[in-house]
Design a protein. Structure first.
Ligand code: SF4
Length: 431
């Protein structure tokens, strides 16, 4: 979502003649868009501002803006501790950026803009064309979260759930396709909670499915609690919806899920997986896991490993629980670090085995790849298959923006390597 936001910030600032540059040392304004999900996020902000300071030691200071969830959570502290920062702007207030830059240019003032003004934000963004022309583009449809999982900062940094209007989203999707995007990844902290005047995510998927020249649709990130039957149906009916679903589970133990306030059981999670598989046999899954959440016993942990093996997630993101200041879980007793590290290693070994088996099974198979770009200084092209696997092939032909069949020759943990399959040209008929 930060990538989407950063692009939109660039679209906005063009209106006051600020454009993006590659050489930091020439910047008049330095914008750091931050994420508060990982540990030490605030330290990274100070570190980064320190780097800018160094670069501008003997030059005119640029305007320094800290945007995003760290700004939201730590705004006043950042302004007090680091005088080099001119303004902090929360993720729901960045539509104010031009006003803020201009007032800093005019006066020498410090600004904290961290109100939750999400409706106004999207009203402003709708006035500015989305200029992103990447082959695969993000599109935010929903923001914020009302779920309050005990470990998570999102409800405090992005605010309550908000869904953008159906027509705004379709119009932005068409803009992106007109710009050359062939894949759209719908974004939301709780994307399947999307609800605008009773239009749900499934309605959006069906409508996007009709857009000419849009080839692929994905969405992330979903919550099992909002996984309704209409959405399951969309997976079987929308041909452009890709067959990989990222469905975070966090733990294989219902007890831990209850402690986390995830509001579903493991049986309910498995039922969703089962229903999806019945409707679309080719579907595969990826997920997020928190290992050693406070109160996790050996038995709870083993259930998580078992779940990994049972569902065979083709990708997983696993971390040891780390407390986020201000969340209810921050006050819970942490599991011994040595045990936590051992559990993470065991879990990741199991996950790697599942992934390795899956990827080795792809060798000699044929896959359909949407190519995004050429690697620098070689004739290698990078693209992604329907399961979001990275694929690299050699080609003298410009493949960017093309969907081609590839035979996979070999793989490693992160990439598949293959050869283009030469497709038969359509036969010409005699007049
Ligand atoms: S549903 Fe996701 S975004 Fe919402 S509180 Fe839970 S983990 Fe955070």
């Amino acid at each position: 979502m930060n990538e989407y936001d950063s692009n939109r910030i660039l679209d906005l600032t063009k209106k006051i003649n600020y454009v993006s540059i590659t050489n930091i040392e020439e910047a008049d304004c330095y914008v750091l868009n931050t994420c508060h999900i990982r540990e030490k996020a605030t330290d990274k902000v100070y570190h980064e501002v320190g780097r800018v300071k160094k670069k501008f030691r003997n030059k005119k200071k640029p305007i320094v803006l800290i945007i995003g969830c760290v700004a939201q959570a730590e705004g006043d502290v950042l302004l007090q501790k680091e005088k080099y920062i001119d303004a902090v702007i929360g993720p729901q207030s960045y539509h104010e950026i031009n006003k803020i830059i201009l007032s800093i240019e005019n006066k020498d003032t410090k600004i904290n803009s961290t109100e939750f003004e999400v409706i106004e934000k999207f009203d402003q963004l709708n006035l500015v064309k989305n200029s992103n022309s990447k082959i695969s583009s993000f599109l935010t449809i929903q923001e914020g979260c009302d779920k309050f999982c005990k470990f998570c900062v999102v409800p405090y940094t992005r605010g309550p759930e908000y869904s953008r209007s159906f027509s705004e989203i379709l119009s932005e999707a068409k803009q992106l396709v007109d710009n050359g995007s062939q894949e759209i990844i719908l974004l939301g902290q709780n994307v399947n909670a999307y609800n605008f005047k009773n239009k749900r995510l499934s309605d959006l998927l069906f409508s996007l499915n009709e857009i000419k020249n849009l080839e692929r649709i994905r969405y992330t990130t979903s919550h099992p609690k909002d996984f309704t039957n209409d959405l399951i149906e969309a997976h079987s009916e929308c041909k452009k919806l890709m067959p990989l679903l990222h469905l975070p589970v966090q733990s294989g133990s219902t007890k831990i899920l209850k402690n986390m306030n995830r509001n579903h059981t493991i049986e309910e999670y498995l039922e969703i997986i089962e229903k999806l598989r019945r409707k679309k046999s080719s579907i595969k899954f990826s997920s997020d896991f928190i290992i050693a959440y406070p109160g996790e016993t050996k038995d709870d942990f083993e259930r998580t490993v078992l779940l990994m093996k049972e569902v065979e997630f083709i990708n997983s993101y696993s971390f040891i629980f780390s407390p986020r200041p201000g969340t209810p879980a921050a006050n819970l007793k942490k599991i011994d670090t040595k045990i936590a590290k051992e559990r993470l290693a065991i879990f990741q070994r199991a996950a790697d085995e599942v992934k390795k088996k899956y990827r080795e099974g792809l060798v000699n198979s044929t896959t359909s790849v949407l190519f995004e770009n050429k690697s620098r200084a070689t004739d290698k092209y990078f693209g992604r298959d329907e399961y979001f696997n990275s694929v690299i092939v050699h080609s003298n032909e410009n493949l960017a923006g093309k969907i081609r069949k590839v035979k996979i020759d070999k793989c490693n943990q992160n990439t598949l390597f293959g050869e283009l399959i030469l497709e038969d040209k359509p036969k010409e008929h005699a007049a």
